[in-house]
Design a protein around this ligand. Structure first.
Ligand code: A3P
Length: 288
């Protein structure tokens, strides 16, 4: 009931008030808050993370897109939706053409469970496509235990940093290393690989999601169409993404800046590059 949820959220807020804090970026004016070894922006919706941990029941058929903000979440949301629902829509009626990908694949903790009344995720039909920025260590137990599929996208922290001027770099590095330990249930991909060989990885992803492209689809170029529909150029030029905004008032265009690899070269000082490389090489050796 909503009263019970209110009580839970009150409990989470009390817990959050006791967690270690650090000053965040001045521009956002929100402290960072450490929870289970991982730094969150305090405004992010840590209550939702806690609610998910206590209440979310994963199904084996669920697909979870896990990422750090600014690492290609919007893009992968569009691709995963397009792959798994491809038999339901024709090109002209496709929801991706008229909805921002964040409306189609919601973030569990900050959209569905942000505050009471929380969304009734039990009523969603299978397979549920959900996204999360929760660190691997704090994912609800049922996600790890259910055998559901996890797609994990990760991006060079230097580009994440430039892209996410709102978030401190510490939020980038926690989850990846752990995810790498259980590769059979996790589709691990970097933004850079995705940019380099989009078609190859869209086909691999379709296989992983249990929806491989058939020979007939191969000959019709269905995967190519998905790549094209979800490309930066196509998505960013849709009316909904150029001029639309979410219910909270955030402009959809914020999710589409330049969509390139290596933009950090124009923004970071040598000293920043060195210190970021040091942390990245320690936490994610050999990936970037
Ligand atoms: P830049 O700021 O470097 O351009 P997220 O979706 O996780 O918030 O990540 C946002 C980043 O992904 C932004 O990077 C954005 O431009 C880029 N992006 C959004 N849609 C994309 C697409 N279809 N293809 C490639 N990159 C995309």
């Amino acid at each position: 009931s909503i009263e019970k949820d209110e009580e839970s959220f009150q409990r989470y807020r009390e817990r959050i008030s006791t967690l270690p804090k650090e000053r965040g970026w001045k521009i956002t004016n929100h402290p960072l808050c450490q929870y289970e070894g991982f730094w969150y922006r305090s405004a992010y919706g840590l209550e939702g993370v806690m609610f998910a941990q206590e209440h979310f029941k994963a199904r084996p058929s669920d697909v979870f897109l896990c990422s750090t903000p600014k690492s290609g979440t919007t893009w992968l949301k569009a691709i995963i939706f397009a792959i798994t629902k491809r038999t339901y829509y024709t090109n002209s009626t496709h929801p991706i053409l008229t909805n921002n990908p964040h409306e189609i694949v919601p973030i569990l903790e900050s959209k569905l469970f942000r505050e009471p009344p929380v969304a009734n995720v039990e009523s969603l039909p299978s397979p549920r496509l959900l996204a999360t920025h929760i660190s691997y260590t704090s994912l609800p137990m049922s996600v790890l235990g259910s055998g559901c599929r996890i797609v994990y996208i990760c991006r060079n922290p230097k580009d994440v940093l430039v892209s996410m001027w709102k978030i401190c770099i510490w939020t980038v590095l926690g989850p990846c290393a752990r995810v790498l330990e259980c590769p059979e249930r996790v589709f691990f991909i970097t933004y850079e690989e995705m940019k380099r060989d989009t078609l190859v990885h869209v086909k691999r992803l379709a296989k992983f999601l249990g929806k491989p492209f058939s020979l007939e689809e191969e000959s019709k170029g269905v995967a190519e169409e998905i790549v094209e529909m979800c490309s930066f150029e196509s998505l960013s030029n849709l009316e909904v993404n150029k001029n639309g905004s979410s219910k909270t008032g955030l402009k959809n265009s914020v999710y589409f800046r330049e969509g390139k690899v290596g933009g950090w070269r124009n923004h970071l000082t040598t000293q920043m590059i060195e210190s970021l490389d040091r942390v990245t090489n320690e936490k994610l050796p050999g990936i970037f």
